[in-house]
Each structure stands twice: as structure tokens, then as C-alpha cells.
Design a protein around this ligand. Structure first.
Ligand SMILES: Nc1nc2c(ncn2[C@@H]2O[C@H](COP(=O)(O)OP(=O)(O)OP(=O)(O)O)[C@@H](O)[C@H]2O)c(=O)[nH]1
Ligand SMILES: [Mg+2]
Length: 451
């Protein structure tokens, strides 16, 4: 496994946290110290380590514990979220490539960073996704560069264009002609492998800038060797100054303990890490997805589902509170019932929703809140047959209106009555609650209810 050392120390830090009977300041500090140690060993920059420690410290004991969860789980969530942030954020990068456009992807990077290997990996990866991919070898400095790429290309059965095809040793000419050649042939993705070896860094940058200007690739991908750890930042910035780096490929994450340093260092430059290289073979390529990566690092595959559940409960609670605020204005119409029923359909029983709000669950009995799902569907259809006025002022719904609504919704007057009874019952319960609002003062009931 990639970054096994970091993984071991992080999972052991979490194991200790989970073993503690409860989380207090002392336990939290111990956990933070273990995480710091783990990150520093992985060559994460010391400033980054300090700021992630501070954020964990600030959030872990302060953030509210959603109903049904424990403080420990909140701490886990905070650690997970902060690590995800450190390694690039919640949003996984978009690795899709449009087809039929001759998308030109230029790889840049210093000598030996893994460009040529990466070119073949990418060609293989996208070919497997059904794209027509091709390779251009713009490296005429390194002896055998063409042969190296040609050999890899042959393995995956992807065409290559280089000095032989171009009849020239000029990298710029080869790039221009190669991209044009494959574009005309209808290739979807054309990967340009550039040189890393040069007499000095300046001439390397100049060449990249020139190719970039004349070829105008759709994307420049910077290839960085993970073994340089946090030095990756300086490198990323230097390349970014020369050409606009659109994405990053971090190689050799399999063979280094410093990968955490490389990943976190480039995350701060703003360019997204799209892939990681996890071995020398062509198939050793993985799209980079910070949330999944961190879940694996923490050795907890189910962590993400725990956090999703927590988020859902929070959202439900918010919705419930919104409802109460609305009720406190004294009006609960059929329209409100409609949106409530839709929310229930999405999120489960109203009883659960209301339980989450202190003092509220008591008001409504379980029977009132548990509405069978078919009934819910029928009621939603019935309400769709009502006029706006009827929804806002249910009182006006008399017998003849009921008949019309039943006809319009393909139901019976009995069904319509049942819905109206339910509405009346809920309305009464809510009114009772509002009258009692005073009693809930200080229990976290929204301000509107505290009379
Ligand atoms: N373990 C491991 N080795 C890799 C990975 N990617 C590349 N390598 C190795 O790194 C070495 C250099 O790779 P190249 O692809 O030749 O690097 P390059 O950037 O094209 O080098 P130049 O063309 O000389 O600038 C080779 O031995 C590769 O096998 C990886 O993800 N993991
Ligand atoms: Mg190369």
C-alpha cells in the first residue's frame, strides 16, 4: 500500500483515540501529537502541520455533537476533514477528457520525474476508457528517449510520433507536427512527452514555454517525483511561473515515505493532483481522490459513510428548525404540509426529524408522525389537484371542492378527508406547541418560538 508508514502511524493514533473511554482535552492532545509526528515523518511542511493541529484542536471539542452521535465521532470527522483539506479538498478533480477534439496534453517536469512512464500510463488509462489515444515524443536530448517511449507504446498498442516520423530533431517541430498529425487522424487524446534533461534549468523552461506557446496544448500536466517531499512546492511554483500548470501527476508514491509531504505541498499551489503513480508498471496509475485516499490512510473505509450520516442528520435538523420558525409565525398551511411530506419522503419519518429538535418530539405522537409511504404518495397527488388558495386556506375546502379534488387526483372524497384530518391534527399539535413555546426557552428552540 502507498504511504504505508503514514498509514500505520495514523491508524494507530486513531486506535488509541477510539480505545479511550471518552475524549477530553488530554486525549485530544495526545491524538494531535501522534498525528503531528506522523505528518512530520511523511515530510509534511512544519507550518502545515501546525495549522492543521490548530484547526483540529479548535474544532474537535467545540463543534456540536449531532443527535445520535458521540463526541468521539465528531473528533474523527474533524480529523478526517482536515486531512482531506490538507491533501487537496473534498472535491475530486475532473479527469474527464472530451472526445473527438484532439485534446493535447503536454507533460512537463524535471529530469527523471517520470514523464515518459507517465505518458504511457495515461495513454493506457484513457485508452481503456474508450478514447483513441496517441503519443508524441518531443524529447531529443536523452539518448534512447524515443525508443523508451516507443517500447511502452508498443506494449499498449498506441501509435507514437517522434523524430523519425517528423524527420527532424527539433522538439518544437516534432510537437507541432505530431499533434497536428494525430488531430487530423481523429485521435481524442494526444499526449506530448517533453524532455527533462537539458544543459540547465533555464533552457529547459525556455523550451517548454516555446512549445506551450506554439502548440497551445489543452492542458499542461506537471509530473513530480514524490520522493522529493515538500520540495515539490518549489518545483510546482517554478513550472507554474513558466507555463500555466493545469494539473499535477505525482509519481513514485509507492517507493517513498515522503509522499504526504509532496501531496500536501502541491495542494497549496492550487493546481489539482489528478493522478498518482504507484509503481513502475504501466497499470500502476490511480486517479487521485482526497476523500478516498484519506479514508484509506486512516484505515477506515466506513468513515465516509459515518460522516455522510452525520451530515444528513444535521441537514434534517436544519430543516426541522426551519419548519418551527415558520410555525412560530402562527401559520401552518397545506403548502407547508406538502413540503414537509416531501421532506419525509426523502429523509424518513417525521418523528425522527422532530426528535432532533429539543422539546419538540414530545408534542407529536408516533402514530401522528408515521405515515405509510403509499399514503404519502396519495396525499402528495391530492395536494397537486388543489388550487393555490385551497392550499393556503384549507378551511375553504367544502364538500363540492373535495369532490372536485378527488376527481382531479383520481382518489376518493374519503382520501381527501383523511388528508384534511391529518392536516388539522398536525395544525393543532403545532398550535399547542407554540402556546407552550415559553417552556422550551433555553432548550435550543429557535428564537421565534421563545415568546
Ligand atoms: N516506483 C515507481 N517508479 C516510477 C514511477 N514512475 C516512474 N518511475 C520510474 O522512474 C524512472 C524515471 O522515469 P522516466 O519515465 O524515464 O522519467 P522521465 O521524467 O521521462 O525522465 P527524463 O526523460 O530523463 O526526464 C524510471 O525508472 C521509472 O520506472 C512510479 O510511479 N513508481
Ligand atoms: Mg523521459
Amino acid at each position: 500500500m502507498v504511504l504505508s508508514r503514514l498509514r500505520e502511524s495514523l491508524t494507530s493514533a486513531l486506535r488509541d483515540l477510539l480505545k479511550a473511554p471518552f475524549v477530553d482535552k488530554r486525549v485530544l492532545e495526545e491524538t494531535i501529537r501522534s498525528i503531528q509526528r506522523a505528518l512530520l515523518i511523511a515530510d509534511v511542511n512544519v507550518h502545515l502541520v501546525l495549522s492543521i493541529s490548530n484547526r483540529i484542536r479548535e474544532r474537535a471539542l467545540k463543534e456540536s455533537v449531532p443527535p445520535g452521535f458521540s463526541r468521539k465521532e465528531v473528533v474523527l470527522r474533524v480529523i478526517y476533514e482536515e486531512l482531506v483539506k490538507l491533501l487537496g479538498g473534498e472535491e475530486p478533480p475532473d479527469i474527464s477528457i472530451p472526445t473527438g477534439k484532439g485534446y493535447a496534453l503536454m507533460l512537463v517536469g524535471i529530469q527523471g520525474s517520470g514523464k515518459t512512464t507517465t505518458a504511457a500510463k495515461l495513454a493506457w488509462f484513457y485508452k481503456r476508457k474508450g478514447l483513441k489515444t496517441a503519443l508524441v515524443c518531443a524529447d531529443t536530448y536523452r539518448p534512447g528517449a524515443y525508443e523508451q517511449l516507443a517500447q511502452l507504446a508498443d506494449k499498449i498498442n498506441v501509435p507514437i510520433y517522434g523524430y523519425k516520423e517528423a524527420g527532424s530533431k527539433d522538439p518544437l517541430k516534432i510537437s507541432i507536427k505530431g499533434v497536428k498529425f494525430f488531430k487530423e487522424k481523429g485521435y481524442d487524446l494526444i499526449i506530448v512527452d517533453t524532455a527533462g534533461r537539458h544543459k540547465d534549468e533555464k533552457s529547459l523552461m525556455n523550451e517548454i514555454m516555446e512549445i506551450n506557446e506554439k502548440v497551445r496544448p489543452d492542458e499542461v500536466m506537471l509530473v513530480i517525483d514524490a520522493t522529493i517531499g515538500q520540495q515539490a512546492k518549489t518545483q510546482a511554483e517554478a513550472f507554474h511561473k513558466a507555463v500555466k500548470v493545469g494539473s499535477i501527476f505525482i509519481t513514485k508514491l509507492d517507493g517513498t515515505a515522503k509522499g504526504g509531504g509532496a501531496l500536501s505541498a502541491v495542494a497549496v499551489t492550487g493546481a489539482k493532483v489528478k493522478f498518482i503513480g504507484v509503481g513502475e508498471k504501466i497499470e500502476d496509475i490511480e486517479p487521485f481522490n482526497p476523500p478516498n485516499f484519506v479514508s484509506r490512510l486512516l484505515g477506515m473505509g466506513d468513515l465516509k459513510s459515518l460522516i455522510d450520516k452525520m451530515k444528513e442528520v444535521e441537514l434534517t435538523k436544519e430543516l426541522g428548525e426551519e419548519l418551527i420558525t415558520k410555525l412560530s409565525s402562527g401559520k401552518f398551511t397545506l403548502l407547508d404540509l406538502y413540503s414537509q411530506l416531501r421532506a419525509i419522503k426523502r429523509m424518513g419519518p417525521l418523528a425522527r426529524l422532530l426528535e432532533l429538535i429539543p422539546g419538540f418530539g414530545l408534542t407529536i405522537t408516533k402514530d401522528m408522525a408515521d405515515v405509510a409511504s403509499e399514503k404519502l404518495d396519495r396525499w402528495l397527488i391530492i395536494m397537486q389537484s388543489m388550487t393555490q388558495e385551497e392550499l393556503e386556506r384549507p378551511r375553504i375546502i367544502n364538500r363540492s371542492r373535495m369532490e372536485r379534488i378527488a376527481r382531479g387526483s383520481g382518489t376518493t372524497v374519503k382520501d381527501v378527508k383523511e388528508l384534511l384530518n391529518y392536516y388539522n391534527m398536525m395544525n393543532k399539535a403545532f398550535r399547542r406547541l407554540i402556546r407552550r413555546g415559553r417552556r422550551f426557552r433555553g432548550l435550543g428552540v429557535p428564537r421565534g418560538l421563545r415568546m
